[in-house]
Write a protein of this length. Structure first.
Length: 279
């Protein structure tokens, strides 16, 4: 390659005098060209592989409000994506659930964020679990469905389980009010499916005692609140016609408390019989 306007000389050796002389070589002006080498683009693994943060949610409605009411909110999308992330990490985060949320997976039923977060059968039973989110969609404005797949090893047998998680979401707060979980064992052989079902039943029975403990604790808190309210309203008023007599305002509160206690105990007994029958 030659440069524009540059005279090039090369050294020449004189054999007789051994004197090095400079002889003109070229005086041709040449055009210069610039070449840009294009390097192949290398996509990172984060770009090539879709995650829950970029995966589309089918049927997601972004029209949250009209002139009269709000039927949805951005919190719904955030909750669905956060739920998918939790599933990839094999957990349920209690903070995503409403105080009175309910959970049902066909083996175990419970209520409250703590009870839902306690559901960790995969972590407790499956070795080398691998999770992949397959599909996310909105069934309606407040109901979402996440399909995911679990691969791992259970009692020495390979398991391939497809899960469907359906959640009902408060469209304004984004909190989950109900979660229903189901699974499909058709990709497992009969023996593996039987082992998996037996493991789920045993796990549900183990967690049932903890759920009952939570229920008793909740009842105790309700009773304490009731007695506190009763004490606050238990005001003795002097009879203006007879200074030696007093009457109590709100005298029916004790009857209400006794009735509430009776209903709570009967409900707890009924739940115990239902759990025993299901086992």
């Amino acid at each position: 390659m030659f440069l524009r306007g540059v005279s090039c000389r090369v050294p020449v050796v004189n054999a007789q005098s051994s004197v090095v002389a400079a002889r003109p070589f070229c005086t041709v002006a040449c055009r210069t060209r610039r070449f840009h080498k294009l390097l192949p683009l290398q996509a990172s693994a984060d770009v090539e592989q879709k995650t829950e943060s970029v995966r589309p949610i089918e049927n997601l409605d972004s029209s949250y409000c009209d002139d009269f009411e709000c039927t949805s909110s951005p919190a719904v999308e955030q909750t669905v994506r956060a739920l998918a992330k939790d599933l990839e990490q094999l957990k349920y985060t209690a903070g995503r659930f409403d105080r009175d949320c309910v959970y049902d997976d066909g083996f175990r039923q419970c209520s409250g964020p703590v009870g839902v977060a306690r559901q960790q059968w995969v972590k407790a039973s499956v070795k080398n679990p691998e999770v992949s989110i397959k599909h996310m969609q909105m069934i309606d404005k407040s109901t979402a469905q996440v399909d995911w797949r679990l691969n791992g090893e259970l009692n020495g047998k390979a398991v391939d389980i497809s899960y469907t998680v359906e959640v009902t979401i408060n469209v304004l707060t984004g909190r989950i009010t109900a979660l229903k979980e189901s699974w499909d064992l058709t990709k497992c052989d009969a023996a593996t499916a039987l082992v998996a079902s037996g493991s789920r039943v045993a796990y549900a029975a183990k967690k049932a005692s903890e759920d009952v403990g939570d229920g008793l604790k909740k009842i105790g808190e309700t009773i304490d609140e009731s007695f506190s309210t009763f004490d606050d309203s238990n005001n003795m008023t002097q009879d203006p016609n007879d200074p030696t007599k007093y009457f109590q305002e709100g005298g029916n509160n004790q009857d209400y408390i006794n009735f509430a206690l009776f209903v709570a105990v009967m409900y707890l007994v009924f739940q115990g019989f239902s759990l025993t029958a299901s086992l």
